[in-house]
Design a protein around this ligand. Structure first.
Ligand SMILES: O=C(O)C1=C[C@@H](OP(=O)(O)O)[C@@H](O)[C@H](O)C1
Ligand SMILES: C=C(OP(=O)(O)O)C(=O)O
Length: 449
C-alpha cells in the first residue's frame, strides 16, 4: 500500500506558457478519514463518493477492516462500508500501522479508547516522532489505558474502556484531531461528552456525526467553542459525497498566481469556512481569486475557484487564523516569497509537530532557493522579491508531502529549476499531483530529477 521505500527525487522547471484549464483535485483528506471511521461505526451500509485514495486514507481503510468493518472499493473514489454499530468494533489480530497519518492515528486512539479491546498502533518514522500524549492523556479519563514509547510517541498499546466515561475537556491547543479523538471516544460513553476549544477548528467530525444522526450541540461562549455530544447514539449509515480538498487545491491555485500568464479553475472544492484561511489571506495579498458556482453538497459548502496570475502584496497573517489554514503555510511561504514586501505569519508553533518540523523546514526550503526567511519565536517572516524567484536549490522534504508539493510549485515559477529529494510522500494526500500539474502546464515541467 505504501509507496516504494526508495526516495523519488523530482525537479520542477518553469513551463513555456502559463498554466490553464479547469481541473479537479482528489477528495478531502479530513472528510475521507472520517467517512470510513464513522461508516464503520454506523448501522447499515455507507456509500462514499469521491473518497481520497491517498496512502493516509488507505491506512484508515485497512485499520477499519482490521477492526471488523467491511470496507470495499466499488470503483474510482466509490467505496462502501458495512458498519458494526457504535461499540461494535472487534479486537485487531495484528498491529495497526497508520503510516504517515497523524489524523488516522489520533482519531483511531479515540475510537479504540471507547471499545473494550486491546490494540497496538505504529506508524512510519515521521509519525513515530509526533506527539501522541495530546490524545492519550485526555482519553485516559474515559477509563482506557495507554502505554506509549518514551515521550508519548508511537508505537503505543491501548486497552479500551469496558464502560467508558464521558469526557469534559478543554483543549490546550487548537487541534481538530484532539477534538475528534475525544468526540469519537464519547460516542461509546454513557452521557454527555463536553469539549471546549479555545479557537474553532475544522468541524467535519461534528457535521458528519449529525449527518449520521448523533446529537451534537455547538455553542460559542466567552471561554471558547463548546461542543456537546450525547453518547451511545445509534449512528445510521448515510451516503457521503466528499468534496475536493481545499488543501490540495491550494497548490494549483498558488501555481496559477505565480506563473505569468496563468488562469486556472479548480472545480468542486470544499469551502468549509474553517478551512479557507489561505483563500482569505490570498485576497488580502491582492490575489485574483474568485469563487463561482457556490453551493452546498453533502452538508459541506463547495464551489469552483479560479486564480489568475498577478502581483501579490506581503501581509501579516494573524495567529487566530492558523487553525483554518494550518496545512497551507508552506505554500503560503512560497507565495509570500514572490510578493512585494515582507509577510509575517504569526503563531505557528503547531507547525513544529506535523509530518516534519514544518516551521524550520519551510524556512530552509526558501533559503535553499536564494530567498529570505527567518523564524522569530513562533513566527515565520518571509521577505518577498516582488516578482522573480531564483530557484536553483534542492529541498529536503523530511517525509512531508506538503513541503514536496510546495517546493515543486516554487520550481514552476522560478528562474532555475527546483529539485526535491523525495516526492514519494505526495502519495499520502495527493496521488497524481505531478501529472496533474503537468496537464495544467501542457508539458512535463515536473519530471524525475
Ligand atoms: O482533523 C483533521 O483532519 C486534521 C487536522 C489538522 O491537524 P491538527 O488537529 O493536529 O491541527 C491538520 O493539520 C490535518 O492535516 C488534518
Ligand atoms: C498535517 C497533515 O496531516 P496529518 O496530521 O494527518 O499527518 C497534513 O496533511 O498536512
Amino acid at each position: 500500500m505504501a509507496h516504494s521505500a526508495e526516495p523519488r527525487p523530482l525537479r520542477a522547471r518553469r513551463p513555456a506558457r502559463g498554466l490553464s484549464g479547469t481541473h479537479r483535485v482528489p477528495g478531502d483528506k479530513s472528510i475521507s478519514h472520517r467517512a470510513l471511521m464513522f461508516g464503520a461505526l454506523a448501522v447499515g451500509t455507507t456509500e462514499i463518493t469521491g473518497l481520497l485514495e491517498g496512502e493516509d486514507v488507505l491506512r484508515t481503510a485497512a485499520a477499519m477492516r482490521q477492526l471488523g468493518a467491511t470496507v470495499e472499493q466499488l470503483g474510482p473514489g466509490a467505496w462502501r462500508v458495512a458498519g458494526r454499530g457504535v461499540g461494535g468494533l472487534t479486537e485487531p489480530a495484528d498491529v495497526l500501522d497508520m503510516g504517515n497519518s497523524g489524523t488516522a492515528a489520533r482519531l483511531l486512539c479515540g475510537l479504540l479508547a471507547g471499545h473494550p479491546l486491546f490494540a497496538v498502533m505504529t506508524g512510519d518514522a515521521s509519525l513515530r516522532r509526533r506527539p501522541m500524549l495530546r490524545v492519550t492523556q485526555p482519553l485516559a479519563a474515559t477509563g482506557a489505558s495507554f502505554w506509549t514509547r518514551e515521550g508519548g510517541r508511537l508505537p503505543l498499546a491501548v486497552r479500551g474502556a469496558a464502560d467508558p466515561l464521558p469526557l469534559e475537556y478543554r483543549l490546550p491547543v487548537a487541534s481538530a484531531q484532539v477534538k475528534s479523538a475525544c468526540l469519537l471516544a464519547g460516542l461509546c460513553a454513557r452521557g454527555t461528552t463536553r469539549i471546549t476549544e479555545p479557537e474553532p477548528t475544522r468541524d467535519h467530525t461534528e457535521n458528519m456525526l449529525r449527518h449520521f444522526g448523533a446529537t451534537v450541540r455547538v455553542a460559542d461562549t466567552p471561554q471558547g467553542r463548546v461542543i456537546e455530544l450525547e453518547g451511545q447514539p445509534e449512528l445510521a449509515a448515510a451516503p457521503i459525497l466528499v468534496p475536493g480538498d481545499p488543501s490540495s487545491a491550494a497548490f494549483l491555485l498558488a501555481a496559477a498566481l505565480l506563473v505569468p500568464g496563468s488562469a486556472v479553475t479548480v472545480a468542486n472544492v470544499g469551502l468549509n469556512p474553517l478551512r479557507t484561511g489561505l483563500f482569505a489571506t490570498l485576497r488580502e495579498m491582492g490575489a485574483r481569486l474568485t469563487v463561482t458556482n457556490a453551493r452546498t453538497e453533502g452538508g459541506e459548502p463547495v464551489g469552483d475557484l479560479t486564480a489568475e496570475y498577478g502581483p501579490l502584496q506581503g501581509v501579516e497573517v494573524p495567529p487566530g487564523r492558523a487553525p483554518s489554514m494550518i496545512d497551507e503555510y508552506p505554500i503560503l511561504a512560497v507565495l509570500a516569497a514572490a510578493a512585494h514586501g515582507e509577510t509575517r505569519m504569526r503563531g505557528l508553533a503547531e507547525l513544529r509537530v506535523k509530518e516534519s518540523d514544518r516551521l524550520s523546514a519551510t524556512a530552509a526550503m526558501l533559503a535553499a532557493n536564494g530567498l529570505s526567511a527567518r523564524i522569530e519565536g513562533d513566527d515565520l517572516i518571509v521577505g518577498g522579491t516582488g516578482g522573480e524567484l531564483p530557484g536553483g536549490g534542492t529541498v529536503a522534504t523530511h517525509m512531508d508531502h506538503r513541503l514536496a508539493m510546495s517546493a515543486l510549485v516554487m520550481g514552476l515559477a522560478s528562474q532555475r529549476p527546483v529539485a526535491v529529494d523525495d516526492a514519494g510522500f505526495i502519495e499520502t494526500s495527493f496521488p497524481g499531483f505531478a501529472a496533474l500539474m503537468n496537464s495544467l502546464a501542457g508539458e512535463p515541467a515536473i519530471a524525475a530529477a
